[in-house]
Design a binder for this molecule. Structure first.
Ligand SMILES: [Zn+2]
Length: 70
């Protein structure tokens, strides 16, 4: 079973409740770029920002509770 990836804007240090769900890291990055273009005009998709996003991407949890059950 393929596990998706998820990213919260908050985890990148942006005060925003937007959460991205993607099929894989590339999908999440693409959606993050789109979201930033539409919502965070002050955020530039620099290599540093992309690295920060990559490190903030998490595996989507299993079916039980989205990974918050630890
Ligand atoms: Zn956002």
């Amino acid at each position: 079973m393929a596990m998706g990836k998820t990213l919260s804007c908050k985890d990148v240090g942006v005060d925003c409740d937007f959460v991205i769900h993607g099929q894989d890291e590339a999908d999440v990055l693409r959606q993050a770029a789109e979201h930033a273009t539409g919502c965070h005009h002050d955020v530039q998709m620099t290599p540093a920002v992309q690295a920060k996003i990559r490190s903030a991407i998490k595996d989507e949890g299993g079916s039980c509770c989205g990974g918050s059950c630890r």
